[in-house]
Ligand binder design. Structure first.
Ligand code: NCD
Ligand code: ZN
Length: 354
């Protein structure tokens, strides 16, 4: 199909396979944005304290649906797919309990200290987590990986590429049948590894890593709303990610990594990592796919490859994007403060009709 002059694009309803919803007032402020565009979302467990047990995950799931109803959304039309936060002490029993709950769909690996709220993360994956990994492999539940080493001697721009060699390859050699999602890949090395590796591996790609290179963080001064982890990389890496996402390969799918932080915590002497994209996720992805001349590949990336990898049914509803000028708001209400979305104040050429 030619999408050159497309003015409207209707796709199967998409899902977000990597999302931070937070809790309390923040949760209530953001959850309806995701539910407007997506039927399901994989909910990251990096709360304070982290979601490490099935019991906590089920309680959090309840709070998400409650917050959605309070925010005027329809809890019947949105399914939070819960995850557990892997620690050095996660037991095999906890993994089996999670799997049997029918509401927990994955376990997330944060190397200790790699990103926001990762202090309780894993210090030595193969040394400390072998029984949990075995349990995951056995029940076919994916391990979601924040793929950055935390070694302070490794340059922050190289931490993903080094992770591939130091952690990802040994992990997958030790557990070849383990389903792994390499989350929010940001490099050519990450994309090529996922494209070429054997066995059950896939990757999510965020809108910001498809749209921007690292110059965006420094354009005219330090721009904290473009700071996320893993950090934006060089243009060559951005191009590799666009190629991967638009290739049609079922190994690459949508995960916004939308990660809201109050404006004051971003515009700060030690600003938090994370870009807020849940508001306009599909508009951002459509912009990136169109720029690559690959709008026809958006539906597979957004709506098919994710559920296929997780072994879940594809959605039955649809989402329509129309070519219509859309101005990203300067900020949004966020509890008793505000939240600045990615590309605030800029004009996009697509709008999701919701
Ligand atoms: C995420 C957050 O704020 O929770 N931040 C981010 O920059 N992506 C954590 C994460 O996914 O690394
Ligand atoms: Zn994330």
């Amino acid at each position: 199909m030619s999408t050159q002059n497309t003015t409207q694009l209707t796709i199967t309803r998409p899902d977000d396979w990597h999302l931070h919803l937070r809790d309390g007032a923040a949760l209530e402020a953001v959850v309806a944005d995701t539910a407007r565009q997506f039927a399901r979302a994989i909910i990251m467990p990096n709360l304070k304290p982290p979601v490490t047990t099935t019991e906590q995950a089920l309680a959090y799931r309840g709070r998400i649906l409650e917050a959605l109803a309070k925010a005027g959304g329809n809890p019947a039309a949105f399914t939070p797919l819960m995850t557990l936060y892997l620690t050095d002490n996660t037991s095999a029993e906890e993994i089996f309990r999670a799997h049997e709950s029918g509401q927990v769909y994955a376990v997330k690996l944060y190397p200790a200290g790699a990103t926001t709220n990762s202090d309780a993360g894993v210090t030595d994956l193969l040394g400390k987590c072998a029984t949990a990994l075995e349990a995951l492999e056995k029940c076919g539940m994916p391990l979601l990986v924040h793929g950055e080493v935390t070694d302070p001697s490794i340059d922050v721009f190289d931490r993903e590429a080094v992770f591939v060699d130091r952690v990802m390859k040994p992990l997958r050699r030790a557990f070849p049948a383990l389903k792994v999602v390499f989350e929010h890949i940001t490099t050519k090395e990450g994309a090529e590894y996922v494209r070429d590796a054997e066995g059950p591996i896939a990757a999510t790609i965020t809108p910001q890593h498809m749209l921007y290179n690292r110059n965006a963080i420094f354009q005219g001064g330090v721009r904290p709303h473009w700071y996320c982890l893993p950090i934006l990389k060089r243009e060559t890496h951005r191009q590799a990610l666009v190629d991967a996402a638009t290739s049609g390969s079922p190994r690459f799918f949508l995960g916004t990594d939308s990660a809201p932080h109050a404006r004051g915590l971003k515009e700060h002497a030690c600003g938090c990592a994370g870009c807020y994209t849940a508001l306009h996720a599909m508009e951002l992805y459509a912009t990136a796919f169109e720029a690559a001349g690959k709008l026809d590949k958006l539906e597979g990336f957004a709506s098919f490859h994710g559920p296929d990898f997780y072994g879940l049914p594809r959605n039955t509803g649809t989402l329509t994007l129309v070519r219509e000028a859309y101005q990203v708001p300067d900020d949004l209400p966020f509890g008793n403060t505000t939240l600045v979305p990615l590309a605030a104040g800029e004009a996009l050429a697509w709008r999701a009709r919701v």
